[in-house]
Ligand binder design. Structure first.
Ligand code: HEC
Length: 102
C-alpha cells in the first residue's frame, strides 16, 4: 500500500508543471547514467537488445507512472541507480518528451 502511494506520488510529481525544465535535467541524467547502454537522443533507434529512449517513448504503455515503477525496481541487466524521486521524475519527463506527437 505504501508502495502504491509512493508510485502515485512520483506520478503526480512527474505530471507537475515546469516540464521543460524537468526534461532538460532528465536529459543530463540520461546522458550521464543511461547512455552507456541506451541511445538517449531524439529520433535515435537501434535494433539490438537495448531499446532506445526514443523507441521507449513511442510505446503506448510508457507513462510517467510506468517509468517510475520500472526505475524503482532493480532491473537486471540495468544497474541499480538508486535515482532520487526528482531524478526519476526528470528522466521520465525527458523520455516522454521524445514521444512523437503525431
Ligand atoms: C548496463 C546497461 C544499461 C544501463 C546503464 C541502463 N539501461 Fe535501461 N535497459 C537496459 C536493457 C538491456 C534493457 C532491456 C532489457 C529489459 O527490459 O529487461 C533496458 C530497459 C529499459 C527500460 C524499459 C523499456 C521497456 O521495454 O519498457 C527503461 C524505461 C530503461 N531501460 C530506462 C533506463 C534509464 C532511465 C537508465 C539510466 C538511469 C538506464 N535505463 C540505464 C540496459 C541498461
Amino acid at each position: 500500500m505504501r508502495g502504491m502511494l509512493l508510485i502515485l506520488a512520483i506520478g503526480v510529481a512527474a505530471a507537475l508543471p515546469a516540464q521543460a525544465q524537468d526534461a532538460a535535467a532528465g536529459a543530463r541524467i540520461a546522458k550521464r547514467w543511461c547512455s552507456a547502454c541506451h541511445l538517449v537522443g531524439a529520433q535515435e533507434t537501434a535494433n539490438d537488445a537495448v531499446p532506445s529512449f526514443y523507441a521507449i517513448a513511442q510505446m503506448p504503455s510508457t507513462t510517467s507512472k510506468s517509468l517510475a515503477l520500472f526505475l524503482s525496481r532493480n532491473h537486471r541487466p540495468m544497474p541499480d541507480f538508486a535515482l532520487t524521486r526528482t531524478e526519476t521524475a526528470d528522466v521520465s519527463a525527458y523520455i516522454l518528451s521524445l514521444r512523437a506527437t503525431q
